[in-house]
Write a protein that binds this ligand. Structure first.
Ligand code: F6P
Length: 322
């Protein structure tokens, strides 16, 4: 390895900057030249390379987002787009690429690897849905932002005897919602992995009201069949006896924009170093993730197109603690 490049792709996640910094500085210490690619795979296709030395990544560790910028690139989903990407890597004499991102981004890494390019992925998404990493960069910060919102909603909820349907991100995976429900003391949680009858949620709220609770929280994953908007529509038609007046709060992208937590900075720093180590060992076509308390690599072929399974015992726990 002499020259490597790093890009961030897909939805940004707090801690991505810490991962870039780690790739740049550990790569530099190995005697390599490191380049950043701006705007994800789009920037790869259009050769948006910027040389990055250790000083260029100073002051970004504590910042959310990604200073390289990110993109969801439709063109890279086509073979033509990927061949353009390969050409731009070859024209810039890049020997190895690090891709920081989630499921869609790592599918891109895998397809580039299949074209014969040395690629290593780093597990980063607030959804925590990637196989090959117990936790992903951004999850902890996003979870803490959701918790802060829930804590505040409880305060205003208690002043008015209201129930809040709080929608958190998570397109296909309810991990964030489930953890926010447990840590936030929610009365109920709705996730894509478990079908619910909205009447069950209504009954949980009713019982909570009758037990004298001053407020109630239902955490809803955006990807659930009954997301917050659909649930409130249902309740509008059937609500009469619930007790609490209901309101909806959709947290959306607020969860992605936070200052990375200590856990995310440390995880990102370790995975970044793990990625340059993998490139140095000549271990390509792998995802660098956090598995059983250690930095581990998993072949990309074993993770693409899959969604990490949720431990449904945690769903039961959330129910027990309502
Ligand atoms: O994949 C991360 C994520 O934040 C999902 O939770 C969410 O569904 C999606 O990205 C939103 O994507 P975008 O930022 O492109 O609207």
């Amino acid at each position: 390895m002499k020259r490597i490049a790093v890009l961030t792709s897909g939805g940004d996640a707090p801690g991505m900057n810490a991962a870039i910094r780690s790739v740049v500085r550990t790569g530099y210490k190995k005697g390599w030249e490191v380049f950043g690619i701006r705007e994800g795979y789009d920037g790869l296709i259009n050769a948006k390379f910027v040389p990055l030395g250790p000083r260029d990544v100073g002051g970004i560790l504590q910042k959310g987002g990604t200073f390289l910028a990110s993109a969801r690139c439709e063109e890279f989903k086509t073979e033509k787009g990927r061949l353009h990407g390969m050409r731009s890597l070859n024209e810039n004499n890049i020997d190895g690429l690090v891709v920081i991102g989630g499921n869609g981004s790592q599918t891109g890494s895998y397809l580039l690897h299949k074209l014969g390019f040395p690629v290593v992925g780093i597990a980063s998404t607030i959804d925590n849905d990637l196989v090959g990493s117990d936790v992903t960069i951004g999850l902890d910060t996003a979870l803490n932002i959701a918790l802060e919102a829930i804590d505040r909603l409880k305060v205003t909820g208690a002043s008015h005897q209201r129930g809040f349907l709080v929608e958190v991100m998570g397109r296909n995976c309810g991990y964030l919602a489930l953890m926010a429900a447990i840590a936030g003391g929610a009365e109920a949680v709705v996730i894509p992995e478990v079908d619910i009858d909205p009447e069950e949620i209504a009954s949980t709220l009713r019982v909570a009201y009758e037990r004298g609770k001053s407020h109630a929280i239902v955490v809803v994953a955006e990807g659930a069949k009954y997301n917050a908007t659909r649930l409130i529509e249902y309740f509008e038609d059937h609500q009469d006896s619930i007790g609490f007046a209901l309101r909806v709060t959709i947290l959306g992208h607020v969860q992605r924009g936070g200052t990375p937590s200590a856990a995310d900075r440390i995880l990102a720093s370790r995975l970044g170093a793990g990625a340059t180590d993998a490139l140095e060992r000549g271990e390509y076509g792998v995802l660098v993730g956090w598995v059983n308390g250690e930095v581990k690599t998993t072949p990309l072929k074993d993770i693409v197109g899959k969604t990490k399974e949720l431990d449904l015992r945690l769903f039961e726990l959330a129910r027990l603690l309502d």
